[in-house]
Design a protein around this ligand. Structure first.
Ligand code: 23J
Ligand code: MN
Length: 264
């Protein structure tokens, strides 16, 4: 009897032929959070408060109380996060189909363009050029934009706020529309603080990576890192948000499985 795919996978993971890449930023009080202009309400940064540490408040145990907004650090955007996804009955962190938490990833490397232009916009032209080299983006894939933005360890440089709003790369509306309508992807992931470009408030529609993705029941991943360690195709992502009742998103651990013994 031939071994099941899963038993082969388990063996390959134990042998470290399959490597696990952590695409998650460390969650800490200095973790940058999205800045919105007044009168919009701000999100809370991450905070941690000691309960006890092997002391009189808890002689044999260490633990903390933590607090943060749902969209803090490396996090998942659920479809109900945006008004366009509000009526989906499987669009909250607790109602999403868990089958969709495991999916292949296509990584589009635009790090060179982003180094030259902080407001670089990914367009369908870039996606089609990527597909010419690496093949058509399979339905149900994560599409990740490698910008190397996660290498900006200074929070001010990461947020890159200017008079006219953040100077941060992202997709234009046509790119998002293409990924939703022509490729039917699982979701869109980026290294920046949010899935939309810094100037996306002025796009048509505003915030297309939110409005169009979530309106079509697609997910978002923000503040990813280590995308430079992923192949253009062939990585398998595990991205499961906390099961918050009616949650709009949550911080999460994002893991990529890669096969070092194969090209894809
Ligand atoms: C709220 C309002 C606007 C945006 C966002 C949140 C995010 O980027 C987010 O974290 O989902 S653009
Ligand atoms: Mn978010």
């Amino acid at each position: 009897m031939s071994k099941s795919v899963l038993s082969k996978l388990a063996k390959a993971i134990l042998k470290q032929d399959i490597r696990i890449i952590d695409l998650t930023q460390t969650l800490q009080p200095s973790t940058p959070v999205i800045q919105l202009p007044p009168p919009m309400s701000p999100t809370k940064p991450f905070s941690s408060e000691l309960i006890s540490r092997y002391d009189e408040k808890g002689p044999a145990w260490y633990w903390n109380n933590i607090a943060c907004g749902e969209h803090t650090g490396t996090h998942f955007d659920a479809p109900i996060h945006w008004i366009t996804g509000r009526d989906l009955d499987d669009g909250a962190t607790d109602t999403v189909n868990p089958q969709r938490f495991v999916a292949p990833a296509c990584v589009i490397d635009v790090s060179k363009q982003c180094a030259k232009d902080e407001r670089f916009l990914l367009t369908p032209k870039h996606i089609l050029a990527w597909e010419k080299k690496h093949g058509k983006i399979p339905k149900g894939s994560w599409v990740l934009m490698r910008s190397d933005w996660s290498k900006r360890t200074d929070p001010a440089a990461f947020l890159n706020m200017h008079e006219d709003g953040p100077h941060v790369p992202g997709p234009n509306a046509d790119a998002v529309r293409f990924l939703v309508e022509e490729r039917d992807i699982n979701g869109w992931g980026v290294e920046a603080v949010g899935t939309d470009a810094g100037q996306a408030f002025a796009f048509e529609p505003p915030f297309p990576a939110h409005a169009l993705m979530h309106g079509s029941n697609k997910f978002g991943l923000a503040s990813l890192c280590n995308l430079d360690q992923l192949p253009p195709t062939g990585a398998l992502l595990i991205a499961a948000p906390l099961k918050i009742a009616n949650g709009s998103g949550s911080p999460l651990r994002v893991l990529a499985l890669i096969d070092d013994t194969q090209d894809d």
